[in-house]
Design a protein around this ligand. Structure first.
Ligand code: AMP
Length: 373
């Protein structure tokens, strides 16, 4: 289905054309008309499905850029997601001159206040900083027409339930509420029941445990001391366009980074111990393809959309199966091919069977599999 089918402003259609979005993804096809109509919506959708644009397109279509106040409020769990959402919105609303802004902690509040004063129609915010702004009366939410809760299950998992309740209760006037989530825990149902008006529910999650275009491979390191060497061999062999390398601790991320930097170019690292502005710079550089190899902790495993990541390497076997899913999901996005390679030592061999059972795939070993596998 092309975007021409929807009743959209020609300026939005121009921006979509420029972004190279020709056809609506299934999430967009279903969600855009509902949102344009002003109905409340609960959408079970994952990152990679085009859910950001599914919301940003109708939101940009509706807002009036001549009015300076916030007309759409989008609440997201992390700073990185806030930036990603605001950037996507800004691109879609570019010709219509819609102003989107990402508000999150760790940045100067006066600068953020000044930015809001300058006129922002779409505000993308993390709960903590948003509440700080409400308390200090730095923000006017009285004219918000659309409230979006994105990655709602992740926000609840991070302990934001009360913050979300507080934010929702700040909007006492009539408005539209849209809730996007990958799962539907009880608390989300509760929020929907308490605060939404007859919401339409869309389930847009595929039943497959992993996309068909995503390959899962393993490489065996008989001696853990050889892991560094194995990783280097692997990175040269895979020849990725962009690669995310996951390690289980900040210390290990830095050590790996130092090692790789001396042997490869365009290497960087990301973990939660870095200053927020530096994290934003690195995420941004990775988005723009300035970094080819990004060594990271699981901070990079959820939600972020790095469309050109061709390979994910698990230098360390993830502790949880769910973590594996999130990490591997950073590649093979939007129908593109992707490969996730995991380095396995003897100690982890017992976990391989369980992991591949969850993936509903046969283990695929690069080089020689260990005996009995
Ligand atoms: P999301 O699920 O929002 O994280 O989006 C995943 C990726 O799909 C992003 O890189 C978007 O830029 C891209 N995308 C979203 N909608 C479309 C579309 N209709 N056609 C092509 N790419 C899209």
């Amino acid at each position: 289905m092309t975007f021409q089918t929807f009743d959209l402003d020609p300026l939005i259609l121009d921006a979509l054309r420029e972004l190279g979005y020709e056809n609506a993804t299934p999430v967009q096809e279903k969600a855009i008309p509902v949102i344009l109509e002003g109905k409340d919506l609960i959408a079970l959708a994952e990152t990679g499905s085009g859910k950001t644009a599914a919301c940003a397109i109708p939101v940009c279509n509706k807002v009036d850029p001549n009015l300076k106040h916030i007309q759409a409020l989008i609440v997201v769990p992390t700073r990185e997601l806030a930036l990603q959402y605001a950037t996507e919105t800004q691109k879609i609303g570019r010709f219509k001159e819609v102003k989107a802004f990402a508000l999150f902690g760790g940045e100067d509040m006066d600068m953020q206040r000044a930015k809001l004063k300058g006129g922002v129609q779409v505000l993308v915010a993390t709960p903590g900083r948003l509440i700080d702004f409400v308390f200090s009366r730095s923000i006017d939410l009285s004219k918000v027409e659309t409230l979006v809760l994105d990655e709602a299950d992740q926000m609840l998992g991070m302990g934001f339930y009360e913050d979300l309740e507080f934010i929702i209760n700040c909007l006492i006037h009539d408005h539209q509420t849209l809730l996007f989530s990958a799962t539907m825990p009880k608390q989300i149902k509760q929020i929907a029941k308490n605060h939404m008006k007859d919401p339409l529910e869309l389930t847009l999650i595929s039943n497959l445990p992993t996309p068909e275009n995503l390959k899962h491979q393993l490489t065996f390191c008989s001696n853990p001391g050889q892991k560094r060497e194995e990783l280097l061999w692997l990175l040269k062999e895979l020849n990725p366009v962009q690669c995310l390398i996951f390690a289980n601790s900040r210390r290990e991320v830095e050590a790996l980074y130092r090692d790789l930097k001396s042997k490869l170019s365009a290497v960087d690292f990301l973990h939660g111990g870095l200053d927020q502005s530096l994290r934003s710079v690195i995420t941004n550089k990775f988005h723009r393809g300035k970094i080819r190899f990004l060594v990271a902790t699981d901070i990079a495993a959820r939600g972020l959309d790095f469309s050109n990541v061709t390979h994910v390497v698990n230098y360390h076997f993830p502790f949880e199966k769910e973590t594996y899913t999130h990490r591997s999901g950073r590649t093979g996005r939007s129908g593109r091919d992707g490969v996730c390679v995991t380095l396995v030592t003897r100690r982890e061999l017992s976990k391989v069977g369980e992991l591949f059972k969850m993936l509903k795939r046969e283990p695929e070993w690069l080089k020689k599999p260990p005996s009995g596998h």
